[in-house]
Design a protein around this ligand. Structure first.
Ligand SMILES: Nc1nc2c(ncn2[C@@H]2O[C@H](COP(=O)(O)OP(=O)(O)O)[C@@H](O)[C@H]2O)c(=O)[nH]1
Ligand SMILES: [Mg+2]
Length: 362
């Protein structure tokens, strides 16, 4: 399963420009509100300096990076959740993603049309988030209706299910994202079937330029309960400008806020993965060294499934060496002698940097 990030935002905010810069593909990025009709899909490899070092230890030249998929859809406008501007079609694509990159226009350029005539990041964020929220509300209400008709009093899950939907509906009606509710594990399992947009991690990308860039009132932005600035990325796409400017500086004072002095997209992808709490494990042998990104808190058997679905069925155990030990001792025999290779079962929680050999029978 490849990790997918969907890019959302109003038209003409720089979504396709971001997509192009990251994927180095050259899809049309034009001053035209619905330039992107069919989604553009690009695959980018996730850089990881550790791969090279592991490759040296196992004497292979074959290095395979894990990838993330980026999906660039057309701009959303007010009413998208009700189908405006083909909104439903675009939102469906985003539902299939694991995370959302929300591009916000901060650059001012009168030649580039803004669908609402002027650049106003706070308003724009709210428009997009409202559409995501309304689309989830619509979905919740449909699920609730459908389930209440199938009423079956003996079903214990029935009341859990309906109560859960009621809570979700209430949250969304209050204008708040689902990810800010606390859910029990069994509730999360139910919700995960439905691909709710506001349950997905969202990263804001502020598209800035040096000379004409609007100010963002951070205090106002912080008041928006659906905005989490700690995982935001101010980024300058038109890098011919230097970005030593106040607005970026204001944003960069936010805790953990990522800040790019130059647009190094390897760095961008790494930061993106960190912001999404993605971790990496490795498989290594004389044939190849490969990195695998995964969402934190995966068990060994779930991690095995990333490599091949069959691996999870015939899972016996995982032989695990930490990256630090691997690089320190370099030699498999020595690592084994020193007891640095652990034998872990299905429920082992995979750690970032683990080098894993899965043992299985199919
Ligand atoms: N001046 C300026 N123009 C930009 C910037 N980012 C994108 N553009 C331009 O704005 C137009 C729309 O960009 P595009 O990426 O197609 O927007 P999308 O509709 O969100 O995909 C294009 O002509 C881009 O070259 C920026 O940071 N500064
Ligand atoms: Mg576009």
């Amino acid at each position: 399963m490849v990790y997918k990030c969907g890019i959302v935002g109003l038209p003409n905010v720089g979504k396709s420009a971001l997509f192009n810069t990251i994927t180095r593909l050259n899809i049309p990025s034009k001053n035209f509100p619905f330039c992107t009709i069919e989604p553009n899909i690009g695959i980018v490899s996730v850089p990881d300096n550790r791969l090279k070092k592991i490759a040296v230890c196992v004497s292979t030249k074959n290095i395979v990076h894990s990838c993330i998929t980026l999906i660039d859809i057309a701009g959303l406008v007010k009413g998208a959740s009700k189908g405006e501007g083909l909104g439903n079609k675009f939102l469906k694509k985003i539902r299939e993603c694991n995370a959302i990159l929300h591009v916000v226009r901060c650059f001012i350029n009168n030649k580039i049309t803004h669908v609402y005539n002027n650049v106003n990041p706070l308003r724009d964020i709210d428009i997009i988030n409202t559409e995501l929220l309304l689309s989830d509300l619509d979905l919740c209400e449909k699920i609730f209706k459908k389930k209440s008709i199938q009423k079956n009093m003996s079903d214990v899950h029935y009341s859990i299910f309906l109560n859960l939907m009621k809570r979700c509906i209430h949250q969304l009606q209050s204008g708040l994202f689902l990810k800010d509710l606390d859910f029990l594990e069994e509730e999360l399992k139910i919700l995960q079937q439905y691909q709710f947009l506001t349950l997905k991690p969202m990263i804001y990308i502020f598209n800035m330029t040096k000379d004409m860039c609007c100010n963002i009132d951070i205090n106002e932005l912080n008041k928006d309960k659906n905005v989490n600035l700690s995982t935001s990325i101010p980024v300058v796409l038109h890098y011919k400008y230097s970005i030593n400017n106040n607005y970026v500086n204001v944003l960069s004072t936010q805790k953990n806020c990522l800040f790019f002095f130059d647009v190094d997209f390897n760095k961008f992808i790494r930061h993106l993965c960190n912001s999404l709490f993605l971790k990496t494990f490795f498989t290594a042998g004389p044939k190849e060294v490969k990195s695998w990104i995964f969402k934190a808190e995966k068990t060994a058997v779930q991690a095995a499934k990333l490599i091949h679905t069959d691996f999870s069925k015939g899972f016996i155990r995982a032989q695990v060496i930490s990256y630090v030990d691997f690089i320190k001792y370099r030699n498999l025999i020595k690592i084994k002698q020193l007891g640095k290779m652990r034998s872990e079962g299905k429920q082992y929680i995979v750690q970032d940097g683990d080098i894993i050999n899965f043992l299985f029978n199919i």
